[in-house]
Each structure stands twice: as structure tokens, then as C-alpha cells.
Design a protein around this ligand. Structure first.
Ligand code: CUA
Length: 341
């Protein structure tokens, strides 16, 4: 008995150490048990409902098992009683119908949730956002003319139906923000949708949930759920073009703007009014983001400089090449990027 207790204690300590390890990561823990949208709430309720039925099955099975072991069994030295087995129609009907009914009680809410969570058409008045999955980062387009293009950080208002139109630029990915809803695969050559209404403001971390290559684990994102007013303010800033190079007052940022305009960065990155690249993240409002590089790094000058110096060190397999910038050139470029609020 003592040994069994020791085993159970050891298992519990290991499990709690592992959970604590997850919580200490760079992101807040991603959880499905704290829903912040209607979709996540439906899935959470379904989980609870199914778990209750499972618990009932568990209790019945374990009770019969324990009775069989300790009550209706022969003791050592006792002769086995003659078999009294005979067919019992009522019992047979009961153990056939019982499990079938429980299965039905699990199937009905499951199918109802599946249909409820996947409306064919976007709900009236919904905010449609195009999500493009890349190896290894997320791109978000707002408005029918792509008035806002951002990366790794999605901003949405509460109380408004959100319709995400998900497509892939390369391989199969999966969009997953646990507190806002279930996973949705992002498949090349196909548009998949995710529809939900966020209910509670906050920052909810997400993660690509389908193995998509070397840096799959580095393909994270953040969703900022804001009040409609906060969202409108964010939107207003994002649709504003950044200041032209000539009107930048900070000398380092001004030098950085020059360096950017003359660098190969422009081939892959767009900055409104400066460059038209589209392979990498749009940097028009780079400085307004809290993270970068697939949301695995904080957006601060030191980390941005490290990223530019050696992208593949931060995110193995990253397509961005090391451009060999250093010293003042690097600092100026970082100052310019951070100034793009
Ligand atoms: Cu994208 Cu895993």
C-alpha cells in the first residue's frame, strides 16, 4: 500500500512539474478550459457534457468490476459454485440499449455543435479577415482592398461576428487559438472558414497545430480581443501611412529609412509608400506589434537586431537571409523599424 502511495505521489509531482514547465514558457498557457468566445464556449460545454457521460460509464463499470472481484468471487480453498449461467432477456436488452443510449446522448450534442460552429455563409454584419498561413508565420488582411495587412498579431473587437477566411501560401497548417475556438486546418488551394464572436477582451495566444516543417513549433500568434472603441482606435492607426523618409525627425530612424529603401529588404517586405515586397511580413506598422518572427520573440531593439543578424538562429529554416548588417547600419535599421508605429 505504501509503495502504491509513493508511485501515485511521484506521478502527481511529475505531472505538476510538467504543467508548471508549460506555464513558464514565453507565452501564457494556451487552454481550452477558459473560453472567451461563443465557439469556444460551445466546445467547452460539449467537453463537460461528454465527460459527465464518460464518468457515469466509468463509475458503473468500476462498480461492477469491484463487486466481481471482492463480493461475487470464490475465496482461496473454496470450491467454485456450479454455473448458473442462463440467458436473461431483460439483462441482454439492458446492456445493449444502455450503451446505445449513452452513445446517442454523446452523438447528438456533438453533431449539433459541429453544424452550429460551421455556418456556410458569414453572419450578417461580420468582420471578414483573410488569414494566410506561411512557413512559419501568420498574415492577416483586413478590408476588401487590404487596407490593413499585419503579421502574427490579430486584432478583433468583442461582440462582432468574426469570419476568418483561411488559406495557405505553401503547405498544410492549422489555425488554433484555444480560448477562441477549435482548430481549423489551413489547406493549400482551398479556403476554409472559422466563425465566432469574441466575448471577453484580452490577449489570447495561438499556435499552428499541424506539423508544417522545421519551425512548426515557432509558428505562433497572438489575438488581441478589444472593446469596439479600442479596436476602432487600432484600426485608425493601422490605415494611416507611416511618415515619409524626409519627415522622420529621429536621426537614427531617418538613416535607417534610407538604409531600408536601398536594401534587399524591399524585395520581400512591404512598407506603405516605400516598398512593395510581399514574400515576408508587411512592416508598415511593425513597431506597433508586441512580437515578431512568428510571435516567438518580443519586439524590442535587441531581439530585432539579433533577428536581422541571423534569422535562422532564431527560427530554423526561416526564408529570410542574413544580410550581413552590423554596427551603426544595423542600429539605424532597427530604430527605423521600431519607429513604424
Ligand atoms: Cu504551420 Cu505548423
Amino acid at each position: 500500500m505504501k509503495r502504491a502511495t509513493a508511485y501515485v505521489t511521484a506521478a502527481m509531482l511529475t505531472a505538476s512539474a510538467m504543467l508548471a514547465g508549460c506555464a513558464r514558457g514565453r507565452e501564457l498557457p494556451m487552454t481550452t478550459l477558459s473560453p472567451k468566445s461563443d465557439l469556444a464556449e460551445w466546445i467547452y460545454r460539449l467537453l463537460i457534457e461528454v465527460t459527465l457521460w464518460d464518468t457515469l460509464v466509468f463509475v458503473v463499470v468500476i462498480t461492477i468490476f469491484v463487486l466481481g472481484l471482492f463480493v461475487f468471487s470464490t475465496r482461496v480453498g473454496e470450491a467454485a459454485p456450479p454455473s448458473t449461467a442462463e440467458s436473461d432477456l431483460k439483462l441482454e436488452v439492458a446492456w445493449t440499449l444502455g450503451p446505445a443510449l449513452i452513445l446517442l446522448m454523446i452523438t447528438i450534442p456533438t453533431i449539433r455543435t459541429i453544424f452550429r460552429s460551421q455556418p456556410n455563409l458569414p453572419p450578417a454584419g461580420s468582420l471578414q479577415i483573410e488569414v494566410v498561413a506561411h512557413q512559419w508565420w501568420w498574415e492577416f488582411h483586413y478590408g476588401d482592398k487590404n487596407q490593413i495587412v499585419t503579421a502574427n498579431e490579430l486584432h478583433i473587437p468583442t461582440g462582432v461576428p468574426i469570419r476568418l477566411n483561411l488559406r495557405s501560401a505553401d503547405v498544410i497548417h492549422s489555425f488554433w487559438v484555444p480560448q477562441l475556438g477549435g482548430k481549423r486546418d489551413v489547406v493549400p488551394g482551398q479556403m476554409n472558414e472559422l466563425t465566432f464572436i469574441a466575448t471577453i477582451p484580452g490577449m489570447y495566444p495561438g499556435q499552428c497545430a499541424e506539423f508544417c516543417g522545421e519551425s512548426h513549433a515557432n509558428m505562433r500568434m497572438r489575438v488581441f480581443v478589444e472593446t469596439p472603441q479600442q479596436f476602432a482606435e487600432w484600426e485608425k492607426v493601422q490605415v494611416t501611412a507611416p511618415p515619409a523618409a524626409a519627415s522622420i525627425t529621429d536621426p537614427a530612424a531617418a538613416a535607417g529609412a534610407q538604409a531600408f529603401a536601398n536594401s534587399p529588404c524591399t524585395t520581400c517586405h512591404r512598407i506603405d509608400g516605400v516598398s512593395k515586397g510581399y514574400m515576408g511580413p508587411d512592416l508598415t506598422h511593425f513597431g506597433s506589434r508586441t512580437t515578431m518572427a512568428g510571435a516567438i520573440e518580443a519586439n524590442n531593439p535587441a531581439d530585432v537586431a539579433q533577428w536581422i543578424t541571423n534569422p535562422a538562429y532564431v527560427k530554423p529554416g526561416a526564408e529570410m537571409p542574413a544580410l550581413g548588417l552590423s554596427g551603426k547600419n544595423l542600429d539605424d535599421l532597427v530604430a527605423y523599424l521600431e519607429s513604424l508605429k
